[in-house]
Design a protein around this ligand. Structure first.
Ligand SMILES: [Zn+2]
Length: 350
Protein backbone atom coordinates (compact mmCIF):
# COMPACT_ATOMS: atom_id res chain seq x y z
CA UNK A 1 0.00 0.00 0.00
CA UNK A 2 2.66 2.47 1.01
CA UNK A 3 5.36 1.56 -1.48
CA UNK A 4 6.64 4.14 -3.91
CA UNK A 5 4.93 2.88 -7.00
CA UNK A 6 1.49 3.24 -5.43
CA UNK A 7 2.07 6.59 -3.75
CA UNK A 8 1.19 7.19 -0.12
CA UNK A 9 -2.09 5.86 1.28
CA UNK A 10 -3.79 7.83 4.05
CA UNK A 11 -7.35 8.39 5.22
CA UNK A 12 -8.79 6.38 2.35
CA UNK A 13 -6.92 8.52 -0.23
CA UNK A 14 -3.71 7.91 -2.14
CA UNK A 15 -1.21 10.71 -2.74
CA UNK A 16 0.64 9.95 -5.97
CA UNK A 17 4.43 10.34 -6.32
CA UNK A 18 5.56 13.91 -7.11
CA UNK A 19 2.29 15.42 -5.87
CA UNK A 20 1.02 17.07 -2.72
CA UNK A 21 -2.43 17.01 -1.22
CA UNK A 22 -4.22 18.57 1.75
CA UNK A 23 -6.53 16.08 3.41
CA UNK A 24 -9.14 16.42 6.13
CA UNK A 25 -9.25 13.38 8.39
CA UNK A 26 -12.68 13.20 10.05
CA UNK A 27 -12.47 13.48 13.87
CA UNK A 28 -16.08 13.97 15.05
CA UNK A 29 -18.94 16.40 14.74
CA UNK A 30 -19.19 19.44 16.98
CA UNK A 31 -22.48 19.98 18.81
CA UNK A 32 -23.09 22.84 16.40
CA UNK A 33 -23.35 20.16 13.70
CA UNK A 34 -20.12 21.36 12.07
CA UNK A 35 -17.66 18.61 11.28
CA UNK A 36 -14.32 18.64 13.11
CA UNK A 37 -11.40 17.39 11.02
CA UNK A 38 -7.67 16.91 11.41
CA UNK A 39 -5.96 18.74 8.52
CA UNK A 40 -2.90 17.02 7.04
CA UNK A 41 -0.71 18.01 4.11
CA UNK A 42 1.02 15.09 2.43
CA UNK A 43 3.95 15.74 0.11
CA UNK A 44 4.93 12.61 -1.75
CA UNK A 45 8.38 12.86 -3.34
CA UNK A 46 9.24 11.68 -6.81
CA UNK A 47 11.79 9.27 -5.37
CA UNK A 48 11.59 6.74 -2.60
CA UNK A 49 12.82 7.71 0.87
CA UNK A 50 11.87 7.97 4.53
CA UNK A 51 8.45 9.00 5.72
CA UNK A 52 8.64 11.89 8.20
CA UNK A 53 5.78 13.44 10.13
CA UNK A 54 6.08 16.98 11.52
CA UNK A 55 3.29 18.05 13.84
CA UNK A 56 2.40 21.02 16.06
CA UNK A 57 -0.21 22.14 18.58
CA UNK A 58 -0.59 18.77 20.29
CA UNK A 59 -1.06 21.28 23.08
CA UNK A 60 -3.60 23.56 21.41
CA UNK A 61 -2.14 26.85 22.65
CA UNK A 62 1.46 26.15 21.53
CA UNK A 63 1.41 27.94 18.20
CA UNK A 64 5.05 28.60 17.18
CA UNK A 65 5.01 25.19 15.49
CA UNK A 66 1.95 26.13 13.41
CA UNK A 67 3.97 28.95 11.85
CA UNK A 68 7.05 26.73 11.53
CA UNK A 69 5.02 24.25 9.45
CA UNK A 70 3.46 27.03 7.32
CA UNK A 71 6.94 28.25 6.40
CA UNK A 72 8.27 24.73 5.92
CA UNK A 73 5.53 23.97 3.39
CA UNK A 74 6.51 27.03 1.30
CA UNK A 75 10.11 25.96 0.83
CA UNK A 76 10.90 25.49 -2.89
CA UNK A 77 13.44 22.79 -2.00
CA UNK A 78 10.53 20.44 -1.25
CA UNK A 79 10.30 19.93 -5.02
CA UNK A 80 13.41 17.80 -4.58
CA UNK A 81 11.91 15.75 -1.76
CA UNK A 82 12.76 12.06 -1.49
CA UNK A 83 10.25 10.08 0.51
CA UNK A 84 7.13 11.52 2.11
CA UNK A 85 6.53 14.50 4.38
CA UNK A 86 3.38 14.50 6.50
CA UNK A 87 2.69 17.96 7.92
CA UNK A 88 0.07 18.34 10.64
CA UNK A 89 0.10 21.97 11.83
CA UNK A 90 -2.74 21.55 14.33
CA UNK A 91 -3.11 18.18 16.05
CA UNK A 92 -5.27 19.23 18.98
CA UNK A 93 -7.86 20.93 16.79
CA UNK A 94 -10.25 21.38 19.73
CA UNK A 95 -7.67 23.06 21.95
CA UNK A 96 -6.46 25.29 19.10
CA UNK A 97 -9.98 26.64 18.51
CA UNK A 98 -10.38 27.25 22.26
CA UNK A 99 -6.82 28.67 22.58
CA UNK A 100 -6.26 26.01 25.22
CA UNK A 101 -3.59 23.40 25.92
CA UNK A 102 -6.28 20.81 26.63
CA UNK A 103 -9.31 19.30 25.00
CA UNK A 104 -12.82 20.36 25.99
CA UNK A 105 -12.93 17.31 28.31
CA UNK A 106 -9.89 18.84 30.07
CA UNK A 107 -7.62 16.00 29.07
CA UNK A 108 -4.06 16.47 27.87
CA UNK A 109 -3.63 14.87 24.45
CA UNK A 110 0.03 14.25 25.17
CA UNK A 111 -0.92 12.01 28.10
CA UNK A 112 -3.64 10.17 26.14
CA UNK A 113 -1.65 7.94 23.76
CA UNK A 114 -2.15 5.29 22.46
CA UNK A 115 -5.80 6.21 22.93
CA UNK A 116 -8.83 4.27 21.82
CA UNK A 117 -11.57 4.71 19.24
CA UNK A 118 -14.10 4.16 22.02
CA UNK A 119 -12.45 6.26 24.75
CA UNK A 120 -12.57 9.93 25.76
CA UNK A 121 -12.36 12.77 23.21
CA UNK A 122 -8.61 12.91 23.75
CA UNK A 123 -8.28 9.12 23.48
CA UNK A 124 -10.16 9.12 20.16
CA UNK A 125 -8.02 11.90 18.69
CA UNK A 126 -4.87 10.13 19.92
CA UNK A 127 -6.06 6.88 18.32
CA UNK A 128 -6.69 8.61 14.98
CA UNK A 129 -3.32 10.35 15.01
CA UNK A 130 -1.50 7.16 15.96
CA UNK A 131 -3.03 5.03 13.19
CA UNK A 132 -3.18 7.59 10.39
CA UNK A 133 0.08 9.45 11.02
CA UNK A 134 2.53 7.84 13.44
CA UNK A 135 2.22 4.26 12.25
CA UNK A 136 2.70 5.36 8.63
CA UNK A 137 5.94 7.19 9.45
CA UNK A 138 9.58 6.23 9.94
CA UNK A 139 10.54 9.41 11.85
CA UNK A 140 8.70 12.19 13.67
CA UNK A 141 9.20 15.74 14.92
CA UNK A 142 6.72 17.18 17.43
CA UNK A 143 6.79 20.98 17.91
CA UNK A 144 6.03 22.48 21.31
CA UNK A 145 6.51 25.71 23.29
CA UNK A 146 6.64 26.53 26.97
CA UNK A 147 3.34 26.84 28.82
CA UNK A 148 1.38 30.08 29.05
CA UNK A 149 3.64 32.86 30.50
CA UNK A 150 6.62 30.50 30.30
CA UNK A 151 9.31 30.75 27.66
CA UNK A 152 11.82 28.12 26.60
CA UNK A 153 15.20 28.53 24.94
CA UNK A 154 15.14 26.48 21.70
CA UNK A 155 15.92 22.91 22.77
CA UNK A 156 15.43 19.34 21.65
CA UNK A 157 14.13 16.70 24.04
CA UNK A 158 14.65 13.15 22.90
CA UNK A 159 15.81 9.71 23.88
CA UNK A 160 19.49 10.26 23.08
CA UNK A 161 20.40 6.72 24.17
CA UNK A 162 18.87 5.58 20.87
CA UNK A 163 21.45 5.97 18.11
CA UNK A 164 19.08 6.98 15.30
CA UNK A 165 17.28 9.47 17.55
CA UNK A 166 20.59 10.97 18.70
CA UNK A 167 21.71 11.33 15.08
CA UNK A 168 18.68 13.41 14.04
CA UNK A 169 18.71 15.32 17.37
CA UNK A 170 22.27 16.46 16.64
CA UNK A 171 21.32 17.33 13.07
CA UNK A 172 18.52 19.65 14.27
CA UNK A 173 21.24 22.03 15.52
CA UNK A 174 19.81 23.81 18.50
CA UNK A 175 22.30 24.60 21.26
CA UNK A 176 20.72 22.43 23.96
CA UNK A 177 19.72 18.76 23.89
CA UNK A 178 17.93 17.15 26.81
CA UNK A 179 18.02 13.40 27.20
CA UNK A 180 14.58 13.34 28.73
CA UNK A 181 12.51 10.50 30.10
CA UNK A 182 9.44 9.36 28.25
CA UNK A 183 6.22 10.46 29.86
CA UNK A 184 3.35 8.05 30.23
CA UNK A 185 0.84 8.43 27.45
CA UNK A 186 2.98 10.85 25.44
CA UNK A 187 3.29 10.83 21.68
CA UNK A 188 7.02 10.30 22.12
CA UNK A 189 6.49 7.20 24.27
CA UNK A 190 4.15 5.60 21.75
CA UNK A 191 6.49 6.41 18.86
CA UNK A 192 9.41 4.87 20.79
CA UNK A 193 7.39 1.71 21.43
CA UNK A 194 6.89 1.39 17.69
CA UNK A 195 10.57 1.98 16.96
CA UNK A 196 10.00 5.41 15.37
CA UNK A 197 12.76 7.90 16.30
CA UNK A 198 11.09 11.13 17.36
CA UNK A 199 12.25 14.58 18.44
CA UNK A 200 10.39 17.04 20.58
CA UNK A 201 11.31 20.66 19.78
CA UNK A 202 10.57 23.15 22.56
CA UNK A 203 10.94 26.87 21.93
CA UNK A 204 9.18 30.08 22.94
CA UNK A 205 5.97 30.56 24.86
CA UNK A 206 2.34 29.47 24.46
CA UNK A 207 0.00 31.80 22.49
CA UNK A 208 2.96 33.86 21.21
CA UNK A 209 5.11 33.92 18.10
CA UNK A 210 8.87 34.06 18.52
CA UNK A 211 10.76 34.77 15.28
CA UNK A 212 14.02 33.22 16.47
CA UNK A 213 12.27 30.09 17.71
CA UNK A 214 10.32 29.83 14.45
CA UNK A 215 13.42 30.24 12.25
CA UNK A 216 15.41 27.77 14.34
CA UNK A 217 12.52 25.32 13.99
CA UNK A 218 12.27 25.61 10.19
CA UNK A 219 16.02 25.31 9.83
CA UNK A 220 16.19 22.39 12.27
CA UNK A 221 13.55 20.42 10.41
CA UNK A 222 15.20 20.96 7.02
CA UNK A 223 18.58 20.00 8.54
CA UNK A 224 17.05 16.73 9.81
CA UNK A 225 15.56 16.12 6.35
CA UNK A 226 19.01 16.63 4.80
CA UNK A 227 20.52 14.25 7.36
CA UNK A 228 17.90 11.65 6.32
CA UNK A 229 18.69 12.33 2.62
CA UNK A 230 15.11 13.49 2.09
CA UNK A 231 16.55 16.80 0.82
CA UNK A 232 19.81 17.41 -1.07
CA UNK A 233 22.80 18.60 1.01
CA UNK A 234 22.95 22.32 1.72
CA UNK A 235 25.37 24.41 -0.31
CA UNK A 236 25.78 26.77 2.64
CA UNK A 237 28.74 25.93 4.83
CA UNK A 238 27.62 25.16 8.33
CA UNK A 239 29.82 27.03 10.83
CA UNK A 240 27.71 26.16 13.79
CA UNK A 241 28.87 24.79 17.10
CA UNK A 242 27.93 21.25 18.09
CA UNK A 243 24.83 21.09 20.29
CA UNK A 244 25.47 20.14 23.90
CA UNK A 245 23.67 17.51 25.93
CA UNK A 246 22.54 18.71 29.35
CA UNK A 247 23.55 16.41 32.20
CA UNK A 248 20.48 17.30 34.24
CA UNK A 249 18.10 20.18 34.85
CA UNK A 250 16.78 21.85 37.99
CA UNK A 251 14.10 24.41 38.77
CA UNK A 252 14.58 27.50 40.90
CA UNK A 253 11.27 27.97 42.69
CA UNK A 254 9.65 30.87 44.51
CA UNK A 255 10.25 30.49 48.25
CA UNK A 256 7.85 33.39 48.86
CA UNK A 257 4.80 34.76 47.09
CA UNK A 258 5.20 38.22 45.64
CA UNK A 259 6.17 40.26 42.62
CA UNK A 260 9.21 39.00 40.74
CA UNK A 261 11.90 41.06 39.02
CA UNK A 262 14.04 38.67 36.99
CA UNK A 263 17.71 39.59 36.79
CA UNK A 264 18.71 36.68 34.53
CA UNK A 265 17.54 36.20 30.97
CA UNK A 266 16.91 33.11 28.90
CA UNK A 267 20.25 31.70 27.73
CA UNK A 268 22.24 33.35 30.54
CA UNK A 269 25.02 31.44 32.25
CA UNK A 270 24.54 31.32 36.03
CA UNK A 271 26.65 30.13 38.97
CA UNK A 272 25.36 28.09 41.88
CA UNK A 273 24.03 30.46 44.53
CA UNK A 274 23.92 33.44 42.15
CA UNK A 275 20.96 35.79 42.59
CA UNK A 276 18.76 35.53 39.50
CA UNK A 277 15.69 37.40 40.67
CA UNK A 278 14.08 39.35 43.50
CA UNK A 279 10.61 38.82 44.92
CA UNK A 280 9.09 41.76 46.75
CA UNK A 281 5.74 42.67 48.24
CA UNK A 282 3.97 45.61 46.55
CA UNK A 283 5.27 48.09 49.17
CA UNK A 284 8.86 46.97 48.82
CA UNK A 285 9.05 46.27 52.56
CA UNK A 286 9.91 42.60 52.17
CA UNK A 287 12.34 41.46 49.53
CA UNK A 288 13.66 37.95 48.92
CA UNK A 289 16.37 36.90 46.50
CA UNK A 290 15.92 33.93 44.16
CA UNK A 291 19.13 31.91 43.82
CA UNK A 292 20.31 29.47 41.16
CA UNK A 293 20.47 25.97 42.66
CA UNK A 294 23.31 24.91 40.36
CA UNK A 295 25.78 26.12 37.76
CA UNK A 296 24.26 26.13 34.31
CA UNK A 297 22.33 27.88 31.56
CA UNK A 298 18.79 29.21 31.91
CA UNK A 299 16.72 27.24 29.40
CA UNK A 300 13.25 28.20 30.64
CA UNK A 301 11.78 31.11 32.53
CA UNK A 302 8.50 32.56 33.71
CA UNK A 303 7.54 35.83 32.02
CA UNK A 304 4.80 36.63 34.54
CA UNK A 305 6.07 38.68 37.48
CA UNK A 306 3.21 37.60 39.80
CA UNK A 307 4.37 34.48 41.62
CA UNK A 308 3.06 32.18 44.31
CA UNK A 309 5.21 30.34 46.81
CA UNK A 310 6.32 27.04 45.29
CA UNK A 311 6.00 28.12 41.64
CA UNK A 312 8.76 27.18 39.22
CA UNK A 313 10.54 30.36 38.04
CA UNK A 314 13.76 29.42 36.24
CA UNK A 315 14.70 26.14 34.52
CA UNK A 316 18.47 25.62 34.69
CA UNK A 317 20.33 23.01 32.64
CA UNK A 318 23.67 21.67 33.92
CA UNK A 319 26.44 20.83 31.46
CA UNK A 320 29.85 19.20 31.56
CA UNK A 321 31.30 22.67 30.97
CA UNK A 322 29.04 25.66 31.58
CA UNK A 323 31.51 27.92 29.78
CA UNK A 324 31.36 25.87 26.57
CA UNK A 325 27.57 25.74 26.86
CA UNK A 326 27.45 29.53 27.15
CA UNK A 327 29.60 29.91 24.04
CA UNK A 328 27.33 27.53 22.14
CA UNK A 329 24.21 29.43 23.19
CA UNK A 330 25.84 32.78 22.35
CA UNK A 331 26.90 31.53 18.92
CA UNK A 332 23.36 30.34 18.30
CA UNK A 333 21.78 33.62 19.41
CA UNK A 334 24.17 35.70 17.30
CA UNK A 335 23.40 33.60 14.25
CA UNK A 336 21.42 35.33 11.53
CA UNK A 337 19.63 32.07 10.77
CA UNK A 338 19.39 32.45 6.98
CA UNK A 339 16.66 30.34 5.47
CA UNK A 340 17.23 30.73 1.75
CA UNK A 341 15.98 33.23 -0.80
CA UNK A 342 12.24 32.74 -0.37
CA UNK A 343 12.02 32.82 3.40
CA UNK A 344 14.65 35.53 3.78
CA UNK A 345 12.08 37.76 2.10
CA UNK A 346 9.47 36.72 4.66
CA UNK A 347 8.77 39.72 6.92
CA UNK A 348 10.04 38.72 10.36
CA UNK A 349 7.59 38.65 13.23
CA UNK A 350 8.72 41.19 15.82
ZN1 LIG B 1 3.57 21.19 24.76
Amino acid sequence: MRTRRDGFAIGGAVVAPATRKTLELPVASLYSHAPMTLPVEVICGRHDGPRLFVCAAVHGDEINGVEIIRRLLRLPVLKKLRGTLLAIPIVNVYGFVNRSRYLPDRRDLNRSFPGSGRGSMAARLADLFLHEIVERSDFGIDLHTGAIHRENLPQIRANLDDEETARIANAFHVPVLLNSDLRDGSLREIAAERGIPMLLYEAGEALRFDERAIRAGVRGITAVMRELAMLPPSRRQSRRAEPLVARSTTWARAEHSGILRSTAALGDRVRKGQMIGLIADPFGQQEHAVHAGSHGIIIGRTNLPLVNEGEALFHIARFESTRVAEETVDAFQADELPLGPVLDEEPPIV
